[in-house]
Design a binder for this molecule. Structure first.
Ligand code: FAD
Ligand code: NAP
Length: 415
């Protein structure tokens, strides 16, 4: 039997497990995940008001539940087990660890309270364990840097009123913070033109359907081109004003140059196409400029991704998903890539009698590492879904300790 370890339980890891078992039905696949809960950015990236997108986790759940798949939640490679140990135990090891670190702009003032990377901001509104709320209050103006779909998600979450989150899994703490900000303006700023924006039209158009916010483009000279995105932006410009209290305005050809403030952010400076400095007021700035992978047991990414040849890093060591290609592509992109990698692994990896999951369980027990198996995850899932209704689709546990308690017993500890 061929034993494969996949590190990371996001879309890339789950699709790969599924595809491997199609190509090599007699294989055994273990998925190691540093959090007690699976699914990576499906749970902690995809926006809480896009529950239909999160439904793909049901497909992944069925993969984790298969007899020949082992789930090892709460096991971080680098902390609990070393990559070299996994290479000894398994016939092949695959990094599906995503790209978790926010890219930084490297401009002055980036450390000011009020400046936050999209990874940190999205983690917080998605209930990532122990994630912190933005370190500011009284936000009237927000600046969002970047012209991708994450920027749109962030603009929409800031712009929506509490009643527009019905059916989401947004926590009451996050709702409370959002509700308490006296927001008037959200500025979405791109360093290139509208025709270069990476938004998809469907996501952009959704901003035109919000109840308390209106998208606007004030400078028509920027709206050249004929793409669906440019047409939608033109529609925003021509749209009638409905007196919504929040304006979402789009700005192009502005390159960020500094965050300004004394003790907390008060403005963001940009250079325009003529080299002139433009200053936009802001108490909150969210940089939505992409992510990079982090090193794992001495295997270091170069320019944010792990160097590889069609998914192969070294003999018996592979990479898939955002860790392989960088932080771009939607959930289905990972499926196509997983299909290709599964076939490659089937061709290249033999069965040289390794212990696989039995060996990993022995090692973790010796080390006193307690892991969350599939049954434990099901208990967490059941606890989060217990008693939810039309208002809230899930009440996420947001501390590791709570998750481990529930995984072990199925019950939340009484406080
Ligand atoms: P991830 O989903 O990041 O999974 C990586 C996993 O590896 C994580 O669970 C992590 O905890 C684990 N891990 C990392 N290091 C270790 C370690 N050392 N040991 C053990 N485990 C480890 N796509 C869409 O199609 N629709 C959307 O609406 C959408 N929304 C998005 C919103 C945001 C904010 C972002 C950032 C992306 C969004 N995407 C969306 C894109 C989609 O989420 C990605 O294509 C996909 O998640 C990448 O999958 P992955 O498995 O490579 O990485
Ligand atoms: P993205 O689409 O690559 O957008 C990143 C943006 O940041 C680009 O506009 C880029 O500009 C800008 N940028 C990068 N470096 C910059 C710098 N130094 N200064 C100023 N701007 C900078 O990435 P993303 O928005 O993080 O999304 C990641 C992936 O997830 C995408 O594939 C996206 O489609 C997917 N996603 C999908 C959904 C959905 O389907 N609903 C939701 C969220 C995310 P340039 O173009 O000039 O480089």
């Amino acid at each position: 039997m061929r034993h494969v370890a996949i590190i990371g339980s996001g879309p890339a890891g789950c699709y790969l497990a599924d595809q491997l078992l199609r190509v090599v039905p007699q294989a055994s696949v273990d998925i190691l995940e540093k959090l007690p809960v699976p699914f990576g950015l499906i749970r902690y990236g995809v926006a809480p008001d896009h529950q239909s997108t999160k439904l793909v986790s049901r497909v992944f759940d069925r993969v984790l539940g298969r007899e020949t798949v082992g789930f090892f939640g709460n096991v971080e490679v680098g902390r609990d087990v070393r990559l070299a140990e996994l290479m000894d135990l398994y016939n092949a090891v695959v990094l599906a660890t995503g790209a978790e670190r926010d890219r930084r702009l490297g401009t002055s003032g980036e450390e000011l309270p009020g400046v936050i990377g999209s990874g940190a901001f999205v983690n917080w509104y998605n209930g990532y364990p122990d994630a912190q709320a933005p370190a500011v209050n009284g936000v009237r103006s927000a600046v969002i840097i970047g012209n991708g779909n994450v920027a749109i998600d962030v603009a929409r979450i800031l712009a929506k009123g509490p009643d527009e989150f019905a059916g989401s899994d947004l926590s009451t703490e996050v709702l409370h913070w959002l509700k308490s900000q006296p927001l008037e303006t959200i500025r979405v700023v791109g360093r290139r033109g509208a025709s270069d924006a990476k938004f998809t039209d469907h996501e952009l158009a959704e901003l035109g359907t919000l109840r308390r916010a209106q998208p606007l483009v004030s400078d028509a000279t920027n709206l050249t081109g004929d793409s669906a995105v440019v047409k939608t932006l033109r529609g925003f410009r021509d749209g009638t004003h409905h007196d919504q209290p929040i304006a979402i305005s789009f700005h192009f050809h502005l390159v960020p140059s500094a965050f300004v403030g004394d003790g907390r952010l008060c403005a963001v400076q940009f250079r325009n196409a003529d080299g002139v400095t433009v200053e936009l007021p802001a108490e909150l700035a969210v940089t939505c400029i992409g992510y990079e992978s982090v090193a794992i047991c001495g295997v270091a990414p170069a320019k944010g991704v792990f160097a590889n040849q069609d998914g192969r890093i070294d003999e018996r060591l592979y990479v898939v998903g955002w860790a392989k290609r960088g932080p771009s592509g939607t959930i289905p992109t990972n499926r196509v890539e997983a299909q290709q990698l599964a076939q490659k692994i089937a061709r290249e990896v033999g069965d040289d009698q390794r212990p696989g999951g039995d060996g990993l369980r022995r090692l973790l027990k010796e080390r006193g590492v307690s892991w969350v198996d599939y049954a434990g995850w099901r208990r967490i899932d059941a606890a989060e879904l217990a008693g939810v209704g039309a208002e809230r689709s899930r009440v996420k546990l947001d501390s590791i300790e709570e998750m481990l308690d529930v995984a072990a017993s199925g019950q939340l500890k009484a406080v």
